[in-house]
Design a protein around this ligand. Structure first.
Ligand code: GLC
Length: 515
């Protein structure tokens, strides 16, 4: 026989029932008969209703005060429509400032000419080598582009990790590592002796003086290799190839990832004149009128400008919306005081903002039973993929708890609700800020062209945009609300970085060939 052990149940009887002399005895008997398998104990309650009400009130009061404190902490992350309009307007001012200033001055939004003046026509063809450096990985690719009826782009690639000590070592070590990866790839493809034209996607701010010349302005994201800032990236690559002395490359173009993304998407949709990256970093490029780019000679036509909008706010323009958590993230970063907009909007930093808020709430006893674990003290634990999972609508709270458990955070169900809420406000603000920035850009393009209405496409890449369940929706809503005279379509870039660099190389080669 299967017997279940059921713990004794205690029932508190209201004092009124003690008035009848046999009431209690009968009640106990009936209960015992009805549920003989349960052991029920009856205890008399002293002044039950008032004490109970007081206890319920106390618990509710504690929960209410907790809730209030959490809400109060998260309130600065909710931006009003007025605040978002201000962000849009300030971005617009800084876009203009960046365009006006010469190449020598440092404005927060750098507005770097890319020397890409034409979008792909669809008639590009050829076989190219492409490199992609910008995150924790380095990718080497062979890209085959066909035109005409058999129009297609084929990519063969290999991905190499860039260890932290190389990212933050010397410039020579970094470029030697890159060249070692290229050598391995060429061996693997059996191509050591074929000299293909090469496009280099280098996803950092570069002050270009030609399509194949660009000096690194400053490292961003997790990079900090020494002796690179101020030096020409293509020269550094050429010197490393010389040092290796095993093969030669014909470097045709150096390209920012935003520009590569725009070109990749423009290959599919000619209305694509903007490239957006919402991933580890945050940045935008767009086609600007030559007459507005003051550091360039010539007034005819357009050129793609890499805005480097990540630096927006570096002069304090975002001070009124910066929270103490943004401040802490900035102080703990490799480039304090720099890339303030990027630190509020990109995957590399959103998890850090969340972590800072969680530490604060825990230290005030509002989370994780007040225990700040070693895990919570570890920078970088909340990667974009975790934020995306936690915020997924289809995820039950238990699953959120499981994710937190994976991160070494032991949470209750209440904790999971709060963590989800924290992730939500941080990613919502990021999407809204990107939307406000983008609204400034589309409206500027509309005005540049003297149009009452602009139809334009944005090519997008980046894990935050692609993986996060709400980021793209909020971004689009914000652009719509803040740039009502523009119809903006978003298309995803497939394999943007490599394909884009190859397309730019193809366009540059065809110009040289006079095609
Ligand atoms: C950083 C870089 C920028 C790049 C962006 C996205 O903001 O400075 O050049 O486009 O990250 O990768």
């Amino acid at each position: 026989m299967l017997t279940e052990v059921i713990p004794p149940l205690t029932v508190r009887s209201p004092a009124a029932h003690t008035d009848h002399p046999r009431y209690a005895k009968r009640l106990h008997k009936v209960v015992r008969r009805l549920v003989p398998e349960c052991h029920v104990r009856f205890v008399l309650s002293e002044s039950g209703s008032s004490k109970g009400a007081a206890m319920v009130t106390a618990v509710a009061g504690r929960l209410h005060s907790q809730r209030l404190q959490v809400c109060h902490t998260l309130a600065p992350f909710s931006l009003s429509p007025g605040q978002l309009q201000q962000v849009r307007d300030r971005m617009r001012v800084d876009l203009e400032r960046g365009l006006r200033k010469g190449t020598h001055t440092g404005t927060p939004v750098k507005m770097l000419p890319s020397f890409v003046c034409t979008l792909p026509s669809g008639n590009e063809w050829g076989k190219y080598l492409a490199l992609d450096l910008g995150g924790t990985n380095f990718r080497v690719m062979v890209v085959k582009i066909r035109s005409g009826l058999r129009r297609s782009v084929r990519i063969y690639n290999k991905i190499y990790a860039i260890p932290l000590e190389i990212m933050q070592g010397t410039g020579e070590e970094l470029f030697d590592h890159i060249v070692q990866c290229i050598a391995d790839f060429l061996d693997y493809m059996g191509m050591k002796n074929t000299r293909l034209p090469l496009g280099f996607t280098f996803s950092f701010p570069c002050r270009q003086t030609g399509i194949d010349k660009g000096a690194l302005v400053s490292w961003t994201k997790g990079f900090k290799a020494t002796d690179c800032e101020g030096h020409d990236v293509v020269d550094m690559l050429r010197e490393a190839i010389k040092r290796k002395n095993e093969f030669d490359l014909d470097i045709v173009a150096v390209v920012n990832d935003t520009v590569g993304t725009m070109m990749t998407c423009a290959y599919e949709d000619p209305k694509c004149e903007i490239g957006l990256i919402a991933g580890t970093g945050s940045n935008v490029c767009y086609m600007e009128e030559m007459r507005n780019i003051k550091c360039m000679e010539g007034n005819e036509g357009r050129m793609c400008v890499n805005t480097e909008w990540g630096g927006f706010g570096d002069d304090g323009a975002l001070e009124d919306i910066c929270t103490k958590f943004d401040q802490e993230v900035d102080e703990g970063s490799l480039n304090m005081g720099k890339q303030r907009f990027e630190k509020m909007t990109s995957g590399m930093y959103l998890g850090e903002i969340v972590r800072q808020i969680l530490i604060d709430l825990t230290s005030r006893g509002l989370l994780f039973r007040g225990r700040i674990t070693e895990r919570l003290k570890t920078p970088g634990i909340f990667e974009t993929r975790f934020l995306s999972q936690i915020e997924s609508d289809r995820l039950a709270l238990l699953q959120v708890r499981a994710i937190l458990q994976q991160l070494g955070l032991d949470s209750t169900c209440d904790d999971s609700i709060i963590v989800k809420e924290v992730c939500g406000v941080v990613s919502r603000r990021a999407a809204q800020l990107c939307g406000a920035g983008l609204a400034a850009i589309v409206d500027k393009i509309r005005e540049n062209r003297g149009l009452d209405h602009l139809d334009i496409t944005v090519g997008v890449d980046g894990t935050l945009y692609k993986l996060h369940p709400h980021f793209s929706t909020i971004l689009k809503e914000t652009v719509k609300a803040l740039a009502p005279l523009c119809d903006v379509t978003f298309i995803l870039s497939e394999d943007g970085s490599g394909k884009g660099a190859a397309l730019i190389t193809a366009v540059a080669c065809s110009l040289c060939r006079g095609v």
